[in-house]
Ligand binder design. Structure first.
Ligand SMILES: [Zn+2]
Length: 201
């Protein structure tokens, strides 16, 4: 378990099997869990938590596989629309949803190239948990989605970004600068910015 501060800690991502970071946000009534991972260690840690709400960043198995081991009525679940298509249950967040429970959480729909219907969470206007939404997909970065994502990431109020698979604490400005650099490599009439164009950035 890695401790960030008094309200935020996380279980680290692992490679085999691939399992995402699992973030635990301490509220007064509830612990808010952002992604549940896929490995046994994460599963057992989450099971120990009594009052919990779970937010899933996106539908990939390394972020949500463990859900199937939990009993449905023991937690609230917040997911994006595409994740709902796969799971068939949970509260769908299409734009934004705010929770105040000693901590302030804003669950936000994030346009991105990696996965449809992705969510992020801003905690106390300080940390943005973003899952894999800074990554591309197999084709690279979709130009219009990247443009929407940059606009949103600029407009939102937070200082740092934490992503789904490593321990880096990224500054808002550095992330936006990097995404804008990728965006600057777009070619007219091409919907994707391929990895060949951004390899040496
Ligand atoms: Zn993913």
């Amino acid at each position: 378990m890695k401790i960030i501060n008094d309200y935020l800690r996380y279980i680290e991502a692992k490679d085999a099997p691939l399992s995402s970071n699992v973030f635990l946000i301490g509220g007064i009534k509830n612990t808010y869990i952002f992604d549940v991972g896929s490995n046994k260690f994460s599963r057992e840690e989450i099971k120990k938590i009594k009052n919990k709400s779970i937010i899933i960043s996106h539908f990939h198995q390394d972020h949500m596989e463990n859900l199937k081991f939990f009993i449905d009525d023991e937690y609230d679940l917040y997911i994006g629309d595409y994740t709902y298509k796969i799971l068939g249950y949970g509260n769908v967040i299409r734009d934004r949803y705010e929770i105040n429970d000693g901590v302030n959480l804003k669950i936000i729909s994030i346009p991105n190239s990696h996965a449809k219907g992705s969510l992020g969470v801003i905690i106390n206007n300080e940390y943005l948990l973003i899952g894999d939404s800074l990554d591309g997909n197999k084709n690279g970065f979709n130009v219009s989605l990247l443009n929407e994502e940059i606009k949103l990431l600029k407009e939102l109020d937070y200082k740092y970004i934490l992503n789904g698979h490593n321990n880096e604490i990224l500054n808002k400005k550095d992330v936006i600068d990097e995404l804008e650099l990728i965006y600057s490599k777009r070619i007219k009439n091409k919907p994707y910015i391929g990895y060949d164009l951004i390899m040496n950035l």
